[in-house]
Design a protein around this ligand. Structure first.
Ligand code: 4NP
Length: 147
């Protein structure tokens, strides 16, 4: 799960998908990263933590890391939150880029629409609730489609 800062959206996506994986007893490995390194080592944004907790999910132990080229080799699927993330991942991967592995997360819940998960960073708490709901619906489909 990849966004820009690995502080707001992708930590929620990691937490939500991990929660669904645990509930179903799947043996998947999920992780998240940011295309930028502004917040490396930090915990998720306090509003991502708060909204996750209200939905029974603890993301407080996550630590921000930057997306690295090896991630495209290590992981079977890379879900990005928006089209900027898609282009940045492509750039970071260089010759290891593999288009079949990377997609916008919302293309799973809304196929072929190329919708972005909006960045809640500059907004208020309601933005985090909206983003949680979008990511949750998409992750439910991820489980349905790939399990
Ligand atoms: P995220 O949001 O990509 O959902 O983690 C952002 C977090 C931090 C910044 C931008 C977006 N930033 O500019 O520091």
């Amino acid at each position: 799960m990849v966004c820009l800062g690995n502080i707001c959206r992708s930590p929620l996506a990691e937490g939500i998908l991990q929660h669904k994986i645990n509930k179903r007893g799947l043996n998947w490995i999920v992780d998240s990263a940011g295309t930028a390194g502004y917040h490396v080592g930090e915990a998720p944004h306090h509003l991502s933590q708060k909204v996750a907790k209200q939905n029974g999910i603890d993301v407080s132990k996550q630590q921000c890391r930057k997306f690295v080229r090896e991630d495209i080799i290590r992981f079977d699927k890379i879900f990005v939150m928006d089209v900027d993330n898609y282009n940045d991942v492509k750039k970071i991967c260089g010759a290891d880029w593999n288009e079949t592995k990377v997609d916008l997360l919302l293309n799973i819940s809304h196929p072929n629409e190329n919708r972005n998960v909006p960045d809640p960073w500059y907004g208020q708490e309601d933005g985090y609730h909206k983003v949680f709901k979008m990511i949750d619906e998409a992750c439910e489909k991820v489980i349905e489609n790939f399990s």
